[in-house]
Design a protein around this ligand. Sequence first.
Ligand code: FAD
Length: 301
Amino acid sequence: MNRHPSEAHRASRLVSAERAPFQLSFEFFPPKTDVMEERFWDSINKLAPLKPRFVSVTYGAGGSTRERTLRMVSRVKADTGVDAAAHLTCVGATRGEVDEVVTGYRDAGINRIVALRGDPAEGIGKPFTPHPEGYKNAADLVAGIRKLGDFDISVAAYPEKHPQSADWGTDIDNLKRKIDAGADRAITQMFFDNDDYFAFVDRAQAAGITAPIVPGIQPIHSFRQISGFASKCGAHIPDWVAERFAGLEDDPDTHALVAAAVAAEQVLELVDSGVTEFHFYTLNRSNLVLALARLLGVRPD
Ligand code: FAD
């Protein structure tokens, strides 16, 4: 038998009583229509019993979902008892306007923020010009939030480098500035090759970053949709992943099984490498995330 020598020590083979519990968080976006809102609550109600560390709700470009994000995070917390994190960007807003959103979260009892620069209104990849009276970037925003209350702050990290970072040194320095400004952890952009994540963590640690870098996992509910998102945000889909989905456009059952298998392989490999915290991009769906949580031994109470 050609058994991997470390097989007997794989962390993914431990039962939950033998190890510390995994820390999970789930990301949602604020629904736009009644039908989407129904799906949002259906998924929240299925995932909340897994007792995630927090459920986060994104913030639309340029603050377009400001009220909806606040309404959703407040209700998630009130209805499910699960901690909620509100995303926040500083695009196109003065410091005063952003601070008002932060104090609004604080007054609503939301003490977790995912602090982001955001992308320009012209689209991802276009040069970013801060508002003349606004926060300049995410590090500046984190420092501003710290002055307004005792928040738990997450920031973004990019295992394949942010598309606007000229080189790795610039990218990692920027992450370090965000952590030094007071962020508690980084959550990564989606990635599909774990080697990119491992190399990124090594680079960050070599630069003295000790805060957790939580992998952001994007289950591939729809290959067509996710490959579109990935190319927009600078995440690459390896050929071997693309090949697994090739030809499944009209075969949703096999597509769903392959999606579960691909995400399971990614997550369990991370577990075997010592990862204990995960952030799942749910796209307001619960089924694949429920299955992945089960593989991690996380069950509803
Ligand atoms: P920053 O950390 O400020 O960095 C952006 C780029 O600017 C980097 O290349 C950095 O090196 C460079 N830079 C920063 N400061 C300087 C400087 N002083 N001089 C030169 N270059 C500099 N977007 C949304 O609109 N809403 C969301 O809810 C949302 N949620 C997200 C959640 C996660 C987990 C992730 C990973 C991303 C999310 N995004 C969201 C996307 C994010 O807004 C974009 O990726 C955006 O392009 C960068 O945001 P940032 O916070 O990483 O920016």
